[in-house]
Design a protein around this ligand. Structure first.
Ligand code: ATP
Ligand code: MG
Length: 274
């Protein structure tokens, strides 16, 4: 057995993955069901057949905006008859096996109409999540059942461009090991948006600003620590599994919080490093 197949066998022996995937009004699929074993799967087909759409559907079973980062409304299958019916939603559902336990998870677009005042109302799109029959708006919950990472052609400048996409990529790696991380990053973004809004509005409520900043600082440190732990895990893996072809790399995080964390707190990454 080759090295690669031995590793794949080891991964599949863990028995975690998707057993059944169901798409409804998702991109070009009115209705699609895929039943599979927990095993590596290769999807082939003509250009435009809908291969990436399937991967995008799976990516939406993890926290975040999915593989394409699309607007929720754009994912809805476009068809003439649906426009007449006014059916504007889509859904993805899956039966997953996680550590030998079965769960049903799913996500759907929900339209909420909000009354602004007596005459006006507006509709907002939000993604809701269902786990074993329980509805939640906390996408981070999905991270407990499934994790996924992707490298797409659009990401080929990941290591050359700005730092934000790189941080987002690293965060997705962290989700796979740390269930709380998706909630941390989502909460941080939420606080950050409030903070920017507050500054823009010229608000003079310094207590409010301070309380937001204190919460952001606490979350920021926790996020930095989790990222550092992940980098340490990767470095451990690289040392333990040297590549025969490319020289080994040593990964480092460059950031003031990360560096302070290393010096003053000695986070768990030290423990993880060989
Ligand atoms: N909202 C939508 N409603 C209906 N069809 C859609 C929607 N969004 C995308 N499509 C269709 O999905 C198809 C593209 O699917 P996808 O990107 O998965 O193809 P692919 O198999 O990955 O192709 P390639 O081999 O070129 O990467 C196109 O035919 C497009 O018209
Ligand atoms: Mg494609």
């Amino acid at each position: 057995m080759s090295d690669l197949s031995a590793k794949l066998k080891k991964a599949t022996d863990l028995k975690s993955g998707i057993k059944r995937l169901t798409l409804t009004d998702f991109r070009n699929y009115q209705s699609l069901r895929i039943n599979s074993d927990i095993c590596p799967i290769v999807i082939t087909g003509e250009n435009g057949a809908g291969k990436t759409n399937i991967l995008e559907a799976i990516s939406l079973l993890t926290p975040g905006r999915g593989l394409r980062g699309s607007k929720l409304a754009d994912i809805k299958r476009i068809s003439e008859e649906d426009n007449l019916l006014g059916n504007n939603t889509w859904s993805v559902a899956a039966e997953v096996l996680k550590n030998e336990e079965e769960h049903t998870i799913g996500t759907t677009l929900q339209k909420l109409t909000r009354e602004e005042n007596d005459n006006e109302s507006h509709t907002i799109d939000r993604r809701i999540v269902k786990i074993d029959g329980q509805k939640t708006i906390q996408q981070a919950e999905l991270g407990k059942y499934i994790s996924a990472i992707w490298i797409t052609p659009q990401m080929d400048r990941l290591f050359l461009g700005g730092t934000q996409p790189r941080r987002a990529f690293l965060d997705r790696l962290v989700y796979a090991f740390d269930n709380e991380h998706a909630k941390r990053t989502a909460d941080f973004e939420h606080l950050y948006r409030q903070w920017v809004q507050l500054l823009k509005s010229g608000c003079q409520d310094y207590n409010w600003l301070q309380s937001l900043e204190a919460d952001m600082a606490a979350l920021g440190v926790a996020i930095a620590a989790a990222r550092r732990e992940q980098i340490a895990r990767l470095n451990t893996f690289i040392t333990a599994e040297p590549d025969d072809v490319f020289p080994d790399v040593r990964l480092e995080l460059d950031g003031s919080i990360e560096k302070n964390a290393q010096q003053s707190l000695g986070f768990g990454c030290r423990r993880l490093l060989p």
